[in-house]
Design a protein around this ligand. Sequence first.
Ligand code: HEC
Length: 287
Amino acid sequence: MKKLLTIFTTAALLGSTMVMAAQQSSVVQADIDAFQNYFKKRFPNLSLNDFSKGPYAMSEDKKLQFDAIMEFPPFEDLRDKGEALWKKPFKNGKTYSSCFSGADKTIRTQFPRWNAKTGKVETLEGEILKCRVKNGERKIGSGKGKLAWISAYLTTIAKGQVINVIVPEGDEKALAAYNAGKKEFYAKRGQLNLSCANCHIDSPGQRIRGNTLSPALGQITHFPVWRGKWAKKKGDGFGTIQRRYGGCNKQVRAKPRKRQRDAYNNLEFFHTAMSNGLEISGTEYRE
Ligand code: HEC
């Protein structure tokens, strides 16, 4: 009898943890399948993880150049600075990791995530910024510099972790945030009247002003990136995914959104979910 009871309680416990782990919304899963199948069909020679190489997955020559640069990445010292910052205690003695849960290498793929309490999407960079404020540290920039170095460190140690953004089944608010992000991705905008999808779904592999367009699938596996173009301008070359969104908005002469606010956070939620199942490839170089 006692044994039977234990079996019973164990089963009940297992049952309750299964309920706790949120299920992916079936609507979202259908979107992900359609999105990924489109790219697989269009580029049958690429494996799922190949897509994360973006423009370099579109051309052998470019891939060779990329590999050569990645042998001695020009951003190593900054990424090391990011690691040092991550580990350095705040004035109150705590560190960044006190604001996060799980092993450090798992942090990158915990985001973006839905927070049912606040009714908002949380991003990795947003949580790093909040962590500083919570611990009485001064604010830092939201698109490059220290924030990007720290995030680049977390992305590097997350290499091989699998992206798995969950829009919880049955949570209408979460689905609304996801849909807002999806709309942001497919809406035409700017003087050129082009959507993200026009360039990164309809035209990957095509050249535009000296650049080869990357497929939208796998676009987030390696962010923050270090770009030659950003290094030439003000800054040190590093930029977050939301800095990149801003750059792409400017390309079509649309006004970028504010970083770490709903519009871009929801876009990041949608955009990252579309790459569910791909591995984080670590911080990378881009042109
Ligand atoms: C006029 C075409 C165009 C539009 C519209 C556009 N982009 Fe881009 N995007 C580019 C080009 C060119 C690059 C640089 C080459 C590449 O990686 O595709 C780029 C790069 C990117 C990258 C970096 C990929 C990487 O691996 O480094 C991301 C992410 C991105 N775009 C997202 C978006 C999003 C999200 C939108 C909509 C808000 C958008 N883009 C709209 C042209 C466009």
